[in-house]
Ligand binder design. Structure first.
Ligand code: UD1
Ligand code: CA
Length: 456
C-alpha cells in the first residue's frame, strides 16, 4: 500500500511564545516537522502534503531537503479546514495518513499498523488512554464497543468528559472518502471550527467501517503546545535513545544525561559518562570511553580510544587507542593515527597526526602533517596564517619540538630533528640535527631594580 501523508502544521503555536514557527522548534537537534517527515519517509510515503499557516517561507526553507507539496491555510478555521487545503491534490484511490507537525515521537510501526487498519475500505483513528483527558476529543463507542463519534472536549457532555480514551489526531482513510466527508463538514460547534473529527460520525452514517487503534503508550502520541511539552518530548526521545543504546550493550553512567542529536553507532564495551552530546553521525569503536562533558560532532572514533573530560571533537577521525584531553578541541578534517595523545588546551585543525605522536599541552596544530612518534612541547604554535593564506607545516617522524616554538608555515622539519625551546622556525630544519633560533642569554652586572619614589 503506498501512502500519501498530510501533515497539519498551520497552528500558530502562541503558547511557545516564540517568533519561530512552532513546527520548527527542534527536538533532538532537528525541527519537529522534520521528525514527522522522516517518519513518513520510513513508511515509504509517496507524497508529503504539508498545510502551513505562519512563517511559510521559513518553514519551507527549513524543509528544503524534503520533497513536500505545500498548502497554505491562511486562516486557521479548524483541523477539517486544514485538510481541505490539500484534498484537491490527493487522488481518490490514495491511502491517506493524516499527521500533526507538532507530534514528533510517533513511530513508523504504529503508523503502519494504523494505515493497515484503515485498509482499502475504512477509516482508522489512532487513540490513546489518557491519564488526563482534559482538552482532547473523546472517543464515543456504542454497546458493542464500535466507535460512533469523536466529541471535542468543549462540546462534550459531563458523561462524555468521563471518557479517558482520546483522539490523538492521527487518521487514515482513502482519498475519495475524505473528499466526500470534508465536503459535508460544518462549523456548528462551540469553537465555530471545521472539525476533522466530525468525519468519524459521517463515516458511521455512511456505513464505512471505523476502526480505532489504541496506542500502547501515551508518551508516543504526545503533542507540543508549549516549552514544557517540548522538554517532555525531548526527554522521551532521550529515554528511547538511551534504552536502545543500553540494550545494544553500551554502558551509560546516567541515561538521563546523554543527548544524541543524530545517529550514534557503538561497538562493544563502550562506556559513556555524563553530559555527552553527540551531534550528526557519530561512530564509536569497541572499548571507546567517553568521559564527562564531551561534545562529538560527525566523527568516527576507533577502538580503545579514550576521551577524557571536556573535549569538543568535530568532523574528525580519531584512530585506535588515542588519549584525548581533558580540554582538547579537535576541529574539522583532523585525522589521528593510533596511540596519539592530545592533552589539555590543545587545538588541532585540518591536520594528520601519525601513530604514537604526542601533543600534550597548550598547543595549536593547524594545517599540519605530523609523522610517527613526534613530540610537540608545550606552547607550540603552527603559525599557519599569514593574514591572507593558510600554509602547511610538516614534521617528520621522531621530531622533537621544544616548548614555546613558533613554526612559521610553510615549513618542514626533517625526520628525527630536534628544535630547541623558544625557537621561531621559518626555514626548513634538517633531519637528525638540533636547530635552535633564540637570542643569546645575557646577564647585566650592576643592574638594580627600580624602587618606588618616596611620597612628597
Ligand atoms: C485536536 C483534535 C482533538 C485531539 C487533539 C489531539 C480536532 C477538532 N480536534 O484538538 O480531537 O484530541 O487534536 O492533540 O481535530 N491545525 C491546523 N489548522 C487549523 C487547526 C489546527 O493546521 O486550523 C493543526 C495544528 O497546527 C496542530 C493540529 O492541527 O498541529 C491540531 O491542532 P490543535 O489546535 O493543537 O488541536 P485541537 O483542535 O485542540
Ligand atoms: Ca495540540
Amino acid at each position: 500500500m503506498s501512502l500519501c501523508v498530510v501533515v497539519l502544521a498551520a497552528g500558530k503555536g502562541t503558547r511557545m511564545r516564540s517568533s519561530l514557527p512552532k513546527v520548527l522548534h527542534p527536538m533532538a537537534g532537528r525541527p519537529m516537522l522534520d521528525h514527522v517527515l522522516g517518519t513518513a519517509q520510513e513508511l515509504g510515503a509517496v507524497a508529503n502534503h504539508v498545510v502551513y499557516g505562519f512563517g511559510g517561507d521559513q518553514v519551507q526553507a527549513a524543509m528544503a531537503h524534503r520533497d513536500v507539496h505545500w498548502h497554505e491555510q491562511a486562516e486557521q478555521l479548524g483541523t477539517g479546514h486544514a485538510v481541505m487545503q490539500a484534498i484537491d491534490e490527493i487522488a481518490d484511490d490514495a491511502h491517506v495518513l493524516i499527521l500533526y507537525g507538532d507530534v514528533p515521537l510517533l513511530k513508523a510501526t504504529t503508523l503502519q499498523a494504523l494505515a493497515d487498519l484503515g485498509g482499502d475500505d475504512g477509516l482508522a483513528v489512532l487513540t490513546v488512554m489518557a491519564a488526563d483527558p482534559t482538552g482532547y476529543g473523546r472517543i464515543v463507542r456504542d454497546g458493542q464497543n464500535q466507535v460512533l463519534a469523536i466529541v471535542e472536549h468543549k462540546d462534550a457532555t459531563d458523561a462524555q468528559r468521563e471518557i479517558r480514551e482520546v483522539n490523538t489526531g492521527v487518521m487514515a482513510a482513502r482519498g475519495h472518502h475524505l473528499r466526500g466527508w470534508l465536503n459535508r463538514l460544518d462549523n456548528d460547534n462551540q469553537q465555530n471550527e471545521y472539525y476533522l473529527t466530525d468525519i468519524v460520525a459521517l463515516a458511521v452514517a455512511d456505513g464505512v467501517p471505523v476502526r480505532a487503534h489504541v496506542a500502547e503508550h501515551e508518551a508516543e502520541t504526545m503533542g507540543v503546545n508549549d516549552k514544557v511539552h517540548l522538554a517532555e518530548v525531548e526527554a522521551e526521545h532521550r529515554r528511547r535513545t538511551a534504552d536502545a543504546l543500553m540494550r545494544d550493550g553500551v554502558t551509560l553512567i546516567d541515561p538521563s544525561r546523554i543527548d544524541v542529536r543524530g545517529s550514534l553507532t557503538c561497538g562493544e564495551d563502550v562506556v559513556i559518562d555524563v553530559n555527552a552530546v553527540f551531534i550528526g553521525e557519530v561512530r564509536l569503536g569497541d572499548g571507546v570511553h567517553i568521559g564527562p562533558n564531551n561534545v562529538v560532532i560527525d566523527s568516527e572514533i576507533e577502538d580503545g580510544t579514550v576521551l577524557h573530560a571536556n573535549n569538543v571533537i568535530e568532523k574528525s577521525h580519531l584512530g585506535p587507542n588515542c588519549q584525548i584531553g581533558p580540554y582538547a578541541r579537535v576541529r574539522p578534517e583532523t585525522y589521528l593515527g593510533s596511540q596519539v595523545k592530545l592533552g589539555n588546551f590543545v587545538e588541532v585543525k585540518k591536520s594528520n597526526i601519525a601513530k604514537g605522536s604526542k601533543v600534550n599541552h597548550l598547543t595549536y596544530v593547524g594545517d599540519a602533517t605530523l609523522g610517527e612518534s613526534v613530540n610537540v612541547g608545550a606552547g607550540t604554535v603552527t603559525c599557519n596564517y599569514d593574514g591572507a593564506n593558510k600554509h602547511h607545516t610538516h614534521l617528520g617522524d621522531r621530531v622533537f619540538i621544544g616548548s614555546g616554538t613558533m613554526l612559521v608555515a610553510p615549513v618542514d622539519v626533517g625526520e628525527g630533528a630536534t628544535i630547541g625551546a623558544g625557537s621561531v622556525i621559518s626555514k626548513a630544519a634538517p633531519a637528525e640535527k638540533l636547530t635552535v633560533s633564540r637570542s643569546k642569554q645575557v646577564t647585566v652586572d650592576g643592574w638594580k631594580r627600580p624602587v618606588k619614589n618616596a611620597k612628597s
